[in-house]
Design a protein around this ligand. Structure first.
Ligand SMILES: Cc1cc2nc3c(=O)[nH]c(=O)nc-3n(C[C@H](O)[C@H](O)[C@H](O)COP(=O)(O)O)c2cc1C
Length: 405
């Protein structure tokens, strides 16, 4: 299993509760930032008696979030936005009180509300007096959280601030950072080759002009990162974007749809899974002028010719990888997406509405409707990183089910 830190550009919400170990949260935030993560801190009211928001604001370089019912704070980055922004939530220290409230689904302060409103992976680092930790109620709360796939990190055993000795010490910040990074990693696609396309294509008109579209590449890059986190060997064929290569991903750059087609076909037969997230131009200019075209005529006509449909070409090849397409629609999402999936013989299609409130091009959030033969799953509005993890989970499940059949 991959064990390298994978926190570069990850969005981490750090929750800080009112325990004596809160002083270690400062070092935790510093280390997370040093590991490349973006951090937003949420403090409970009690936490602010142990460490100041100013300290954590300075270390995280962002205003600390403290109040649920603060109109001004809600306008800046509301609780739902914060929950959606998170790629992972880490509460350190997690007090007995907050663990009890989380175990029971309470949401009467900002931290518990963000936790309840987020689909991101979630980890807590309990810290308390050993009798509080061993109390049956606390242990029942921990069991309930574990049953909901909350990762319980620690506590460590040792000398306590109260002078007692036993379990209840918060794990050291270094240990928490290492454990947090493991939260992103799995082996669901271990040993598999995944080929992904992302970004727009550019179709040249002459040496200085081209036709393109609004695709940022963010969704495809997020899928590539999620596939690498799941243990796959990932090749990302990317049109022009401003995005950094995700850690653990091999990127090959292309410009036009024809370039992308050529490179995809060269890699498809060696791939187990193909995810076509690029916004490939359907048409290209029929001819490309060798010199820059001068203005003169009051209008010009452009003759366009069809590009090869890359995802259909891969799905129709032998042997075809498990092929997943994307569909950006402006209306009748389910009908258009399922028609497209069947027409192109795709194993799966992930569709989203563009130009609506649901997200789409250029933004960080998105919502997807995923269809396969005889099934469908909605992945509601979330960060593209979070959505990509869920999509990779679905793809892995269907790929393995098909392989086992
Ligand atoms: C000096 C002091 C230290 C405390 N340390 C802890 C602690 O380590 N763990 C814990 O669960 N509670 C501790 N408490 C109790 C919490 O502060 C209290 O339960 C509080 O309501 C927690 O609120 P919160 O969970 O919203 O942060 C401590 C209280 C005091 C006065």
């Amino acid at each position: 299993m991959k064990t390298t830190l994978s926190l570069t550009n990850r969005h981490i919400v750090v929750g800080v509760c009112g325990g004596i170990a809160a002083y270690k949260s400062a070092e935790l935030v510093r280390l997370l930032r040093a590991a490349g993560a973006e951090v937003r801190v949420v403090m409970t009211a009690a936490a602010q008696s142990f460490i100041t928001p100013l300290t954590l604001q300075t270390l995280s370089t962002h205003r600390v979030h403290t109040d649920l019912l603060d109109a001004e704070a809600e306008q800046a980055m509301g609780h739902i936005e914060l929950a959606r922004w998170a790629d992972a939530i880490l509460i350190a220290p997690a007090t007995a009180n907050t663990l009890a409230r989380l175990a029971n689904g309470l949401c009467d302060d900002l931290l518990s509300t963000v936790c309840l409103a987020s689909r991101a992976p979630f980890m807590v680092a309990p810290a308390m007096n050993q009798v509080m930790w061993e109390n049956r109620v606390t242990q029942e709360n921990i069991a309930r959280l574990e049953a909901r796939e909350v990762l319980i990190a620690g506590p460590g055993v040792g000398e306590q601030a109260c002078g007692e000795f036993g379990p209840g010490r918060m794990l050291e910040p270094e240990q928490l950072v290492a454990t947090l990074s493991s939260l992103f990693l799995s082996e669901r696609l271990a040993g598999l080759s995944v080929l992904i396309t992302a970004g727009p294509t550019r179709e040249a008109l002459d040496p200085v002009r081209y036709l393109t579209n609004h695709s940022s590449g963010k969704m495809g890059y997020a899928v590539a990162l999620a596939a690498a986190d799941a243990g796959a060997d990932v090749t990302l064929i990317s049109g022009p974007t401003h995005l950094a290569v995700p850690p653990g991903v091999r990127r090959l750059d292309v410009v036009s749809a024809s370039d992308m087609h050529e490179l995809v076909m060269a890699h498809a037969s060696d791939s187990d899974i193909f995810v076509a997230a690029a916004a490939v131009a359907d048409y290209r200019p029929g001819s490309v002028a060798t010199q820059k075209q001068k203005k003169g005529a009051s209008h010009v006509e452009l003759k366009m010719v069809r590009n090869v449909d890359i995802v259909a070409a891969v799905a129709g090849s032998t042997p075809a990888p498990f092929t997943v397409g994307f569909a950006a629609e402006t209306e009748n999402l389910a009908t258009h997406a399922q028609d497209k999936r069947r027409a192109k013989s795709l194993d799966m299609i992930a569709a989203n509405l563009v130009g609506a409130d649901q997200g789409g091009f250029l933004v960080d959030d998105n919502a997807l409707e995923v269809f396969w033969e005889g099934g469908h799953k909605s992945l509601p509005l979330a960060s593209k990183t979070c959505l990509a993890r869920e999509l990779i989970g679905l793809i892995a499940g269907h790929y393995h089910a098909r392989s086992a059949a």
